[in-house]
Design a protein around this ligand. Structure first.
Ligand code: NAD
Ligand code: ZN
Length: 320
């Protein structure tokens, strides 16, 4: 069976396009009472971006903290806060931030229209009702969360996404200027998430021309960013992220992601850095990729933490 997947229907790309956010959101305000939720990474509290968020009178600016990656309990709490804000649902949920904030926005938009806890929907196509209109404004490039049909959530029993066609964003706004203040290490880790998506996809069992076309282009862009220091790196990495996400839509991720999920579930290690730590040990599976990854890491002056699982109990290893 071939997968028949849904794509993001509307995309705007370009430096400074964030200025058009108000106009785009306006189209969702069907009645004078309509209101909108902005789900925003709290790293932007007090920063210039905060002043530029087009939240009007009735809107809710919901700051989210992504110190821990998204958990089902947090999604449930945020959903309750949104529901308590007004007697009827918002007409749009706008996620502004990295993969974690975009996933929180996706999850909240789904849980506003689907009863019960988000834990009930961790899996494939368990979501019953369409989400509230939702839009992504990435401020960090690499995860591909802006284009994927999942929102990765850690629950009490498993780390598993809400995978469904309803999860896909209705609109994505790609403004590379928004990534200018990402710390160097984070830029590398999340960028490598994209690089690893491509390596895994291009070596995957489900590879076809669709995945290859996106994966190869994404890989080229990653190389321009991390090996050649291209002056338009921010633009290139934003497109690499998008294309990397498109590539794994068909081909899926591989060994590195499978192992890094365990690291994240047991130790709470964040996705990008977890993938880097794991990938660095996979030279037998991806010899060329790991070699190039190490060159990029050296060039970026990033060092990975070591011996994370040295004193881990058998019980925790088992959980992994
Ligand atoms: P993140 O969203 O967790 O953010 C990492 C750090 O960067 C945070 O401290 C954040 O505050 C900060 N940050 C974000 N933008 C910034 C900016 N412009 N300036 C300064 N700091 C900024 O990181 P991520 O790597 O983008 O996302 C990881 C999450 O994405 C994980 O939860 C992972 O499971 C998820 N993910 C989802 C998908 C998907 O398809 N849905 C795919 C891959 C990963
Ligand atoms: Zn990933």
């Amino acid at each position: 069976m071939f997968r028949n997947f849904k794509l993001v229907p509307q995309i705007i790309f370009g430096r400074g396009c964030f200025a058009q956010l108000d106009d785009i959101v306006e189209k969702q305000r069907a009645t004078p009472d309509s209101w909108v939720v902005f789900v925003v990474d709290d790293v932007f509290k007090g920063k210039d971006l905060e002043k530029r968020i087009p939240a009007h009178g009735k809107d809710l600016l919901l700051w989210v903290n992504v110190k821990d990656e998204p958990k089902t309990a947090y999604v449930d709490e945020l959903t309750l806060r949104v529901k308590a804000f007004a007697p009827f649902l918002p007409s749009a949920v706008i996620g502004i931030g990295g993969g974690s904030s975009m996933d929180l926005a996706k999850a909240v938009s789904l849980m506003l229209t689907n009863e019960g806890s988000s834990t009930l929907y961790q899996g494939w196509d368990l979501i019953k009702n369409p989400a509230v209109y939702h839009m992504a404004v990435p401020t960090l490039s690499g995860t591909g969360a802006e284009v994927s049909r999942t929102t990765v959530l850690t629950g009490p029993e498993k780390k598993l996404g809400l995978n469904s066609d309803y999860t896909v964003f209705d609109q994505v706004m790609l403004d590379p200027e928004l990534t200018k203040d990402v710390p160097r290490d984070q830029h590398f880790y999340t960028g490598m998430d994209c690089y690893i998506h491509c390596i895994e996809s291009l070596q995957g069992t489900y590879l076809n021309e669709f995945s290859k076309a996106y994966g190869e282009k994404s890989l080229d862009l990653c190389r321009e960013v991390f090996l050649n220091d291209h002056p338009d790196s921010a633009d290139k990495l934003m497109m690499a992220s998008f294309f990397g996400g498109m590539s794994i839509a068909y081909s899926q991720v591989g060994a590195c992601h499978a192992l890094s999920y365990g690291l994240s579930y047991v130790l709470g290690t964040h996705h990008g850095i977890g993938c880097c730590i794991t990938f660095d040990y996979l030279d037998e599976i991806y010899p060329e990729g790991v070699k190039e990854f190490r060159t990029m890491m050296k060039k970026c002056g990033v060092e990975l933490p070591r011996n994370l699982v040295k004193n881990l109990s058998d019980e925790k290893i088992e959980k992994w």
